[in-house]
Design a protein around this ligand. Structure first.
Ligand code: BGC
Length: 728
């Protein structure tokens, strides 16, 4: 691992799943796992499509994988030379994440000598439908080689199969797999064309859900035989025109592999021009952070006006390909400050899913918008009532993520407010932003409760960010975020009354704003908020948290009966203790840094950190950010690295009970960016402009990056002694 390159220098079968994530390529339209050419569904190959979902029978609704056009392997004397079945003598896999180029080189030992296969591929950032692959084979002996390459439509599914109908055929030299999903009859088409430099006839064969080209040739020792492939992938609910696919693919083939690759690299250059962060004095941090930024760009919905990013990016069907609060709270800022158009697209997705959120609220007897915990298209909540399986009984466990994580709505308002503040793009409010804000406020208003003798409103029976403690009252984070929603609604609608009476009138007709605003104003001042208490000035995470058992994490671990057992829920080992899954009060303090003094924030950091399992990849960055804000950048640093390296580290948390939860961690990646920019560099919006207040760890000499604020590009440089922000 160095500079812009990550690499493996040997083959380890147990790393296949992890490397699929670590070496992912993507362009926001699709994510292609970092798997090898010969891999099949058993090795978790996935060409994961953004925004395409399907439900098979009564299984979990999840995102859909397209047929794989990269499938390629070689044979010699009726033996297949491919991993994992054959042990290679030399193997390497690498990703140049500056240019988003994936490579592998593998040498196998055959009877007469060595066979080396080599491949290079890219998922075009220039043309969202295109993937390029250059594959070569070389032997150090003279002998016959057969190379198969084509489309594998027997795709990996967690809750599939999703294709009820598949057609595999050849048309004008192009191979096609046209598939129809079961639920919505979405047509997914993979087309594949080849520029062959192999002196051989080609035969098309169809078997096992695969359509393949077969090249058989007499290889000469030490000569390299190359094929270049271009694939074109598309989908549509209305049906994809296969003729159009073939035409477009043929055009791409005419441009040639090198030209397609050059255009792809140029498109990435444009991204890096604004996105690169330079960390001086710490190559590891520099590399890990830019690697995180690479991942965020692989999954950014840059080809749509309204779309969002799943919690596991486009690395497969884990978490059902659904969108969580991760996007708004952890990934949003990176896009807001570097590609505000994408930030807009993320907000528009929530506006478009408002209807789903209204329905969800109504289904619980609430008003307004209760956004999906695991959101799919149209705001469908994919979260099941039984999101974890008990490892002991194999029975699904009732979890309350969907019903009780009411904080998701506030995350969206938090992002909307920031978006308007940073871009001054008030137009988004007229495109549904006002409704989103109002419906969010109405939702929180409708879940408030008040005890008989109390003046204060409370929020009961929720799950905060710490999912190990379900159905708690007055979760500090949830209540503070709800307060933020009320504050924002009052601020924006009071302003609207003065600036645009016509729009105010329109909304008033529907929402009775004239009477609603004073009500919201009253509520916001009477919402109960957990406050620092006692000598220690600790903010209680929820009512009764302090009464829970005090135990350290290591002791708790010794109580586990099974390594994959779930720590929360009714019988979880953490449930009755103060051990929490992830940053909760600390996340709140990060979001509202002006609420309390640095001293109080630090006391809370010191209290909660040893009690946090960091069982979610969303946790470390919040601890890191708060450590910077309380003047402890050296304490922040290891948490920053944990965040930035979430997808580089082998063997992360892969299971929740019996459910596979591996995949990429874009929230961690976004969190790492937040720490670098808002933490180490201390960037903030102040007096309608940008300011920095560096908080650099000792080993970092300086940090440099670009940001966009109100349509203006800035260069920011922060060192230990000197900082500057200049317009460029
Ligand atoms: C975390 C949630 C998060 C989800 C998706 C869970 O483990 O507790 O906060 O939204 O993963 O990343």
């Amino acid at each position: 691992m160095s500079g812009w390159l990550i690499a493996e220098d040997r083959f380890e079968e147990q790393d296949i799943a992890h490397l699929g994530n670590e070496y992912l390529s993507g362009n926001g339209f699709m994510g292609v796992r970092g798997t090898l050419d010969e891999y099949k569904k058993e090795q978790m190959v996935s060409i994961n499509l953004a925004g395409v979902y399907d439900k098979h029978e009564d299984k979990w609704r999840e995102s859909v994988n397209a047929p794989n056009p990269l499938y390629t392997f070689v044979m010699h004397q009726n033996e297949v030379y491919s991993v994992p079945d054959k042990e290679p003598v030399i193997h390497s896999q690498s990703l140049d994440f500056r240019n988003a180029i994936h490579k592998r080189v593998t040498t196998f030992r055959a009877k007469p000598g060595n066979i080396t296969i080599e491949s290079e591929r890219f998922v075009s950032m220039d043309n969202r439908h295109v993937i390029g692959l250059a594959f070569s084979v070389r032997t150090d002996f003279d002998g016959e080689i057969t190379l198969y390459t084509g489309i594998d439509s027997d795709v990996w599914d967690i809750n599939g199969p999703h294709f009820i109908n598949k057609q595999l055929y050849e048309k004008d030299g192009i191979l096609l797999a046209s598939c129809i999903t079961g639920e919505k009859k979405i047509n997914v088409v993979t087309a594949e064309g080849v520029l062959s430099k192999i002196p051989s006839d080609m035969e098309v064969v169809c078997r096992d859900d695969k359509i393949l080209r077969k090249f058989s040739f007499d290889a000469r020792a030490n000569q390299t035989y190359i094929i270049e492939k271009v694939a074109f992938i598309d989908w549509s609910e209305r049906g994809v025109s296969q003729t159009e696919c073939v035409n477009k693919l043929q055009k791409a083939l005419q441009l040639g592999y090198d030209e397609l690759k050059a255009r792809h690299i140029e498109a990435w250059d444009r991204i890096w021009d604004i996105s690169e962060v330079r960390i001086d004095g710490d190559d590891e941090a520099n590399m890990a952070l830019n690697y995180s930024i690479y991942h965020l760009n692989c999954i950014a919905p840059r080809f749509s006006e309204s779309m969002s990013i799943p919690a596991r990016g486009l690395s497969g069907q884990v978490y059902k390909g659904a969108i969580f609060w991760d996007t708004e709270m952890f990934m949003f800022d990176y896009f807001l400050y570097t590609q505000p158009k994408i930030a807009r697209t993320l907000i528009k997705y929530r506006i478009e899913t408002l209807d789903g959120a209204r329905k969800k609220a109504a289904s619980y007897g609430f008003k307004g918008a209760f956004f999906a915990w695991e959101s799919q298209e149209g705001g469908i909540d994919a979260c099941s009532d039984f999101n974890v399986t008990d490892v002991f009984t194999g029975r699904p466990m009732r979890t309350y993520f969907k019903d009780k994580q009411v904080h998701v709505t506030s995350a969206i308002v938090y992002a909307l407010k920031k978006y308007i503040k940073n871009t001054k793009d008030n137009q988004i409010l007229y495109e549904g932003g006002y409704e989103l804000l109002l419906e969010s406020a109405l939702f929180y208003k409708s879940i408030l409760v008040r005890r008989d003798e109390s003046e204060l409103y409370e929020i009961h029976d929720v799950v905060g960010p710490d999912e190990y403690h379900e159905r708690v009252n007055n979760n500090a984070y949830t209540n503070r975020m709800a307060r933020f929603v009320f504050d924002t609604a009052v601020e924006i609608f009071v302003k609207l009354r003065n600036t645009d009476p016509a729009e105010f009138g329109r909304l008033n007709q529907r929402y009775d704003l004239v009477n609603l605003i004073p009500k919201l104003e009253k509520i916001k001042g009477s919402l109960y908020l957990q406050k620092p208490s006692g000598e220690e000035q600790i903010i209680e995470q929820f009512d009764g948290y302090f009464k829970l058992e005090e135990v350290d994490i290591e002791t708790l671990r010794t109580r586990l009966l099974h390594e994959k057992e779930y720590w929360g829920g009714a019988l979880g080992v953490a449930t009755h203790t103060r051990i929490i899954k992830q940053a909760d009060v600390v996340t709140m303090l990060c979001m509202f840094p002006d609420d309390y003094s640095a001293e109080i924030m630090k006391k809370n950091w010191d209290f909660y950190e040893p009690r946090t399992e960091h069982g979610s990849s969303l946790s470390a960055c919040m601890y890191s950010l708060l450590a910077c804000r309380t003047g402890n950048p050296d304490a922040a640093y290891p948490f920053f690295l944990t965040s930035a390296k979430a997808d580089l580290k082998k063997g992360g948390k892969q299971w929740a009970g019996n459910i596979y939860i591996g995949g990429t961690h874009p929230a961690s990646a976004g969190g790492a960016w937040m720490v670098a920019v808002f933490g180490f560099a201390g960037l903030k919006v102040k007096n309608n402009g940008l300011a920095v207040e560096g908080s650099l760890p000792e080993n970092i000499k300086g940090i440099e990056f670009k940001v966009i604020f109100r349509n203006q590009l800035y260069l920011v440089r922060v060192g230990h002694d000197k900082s500057e922000i200049k317009k460029i």
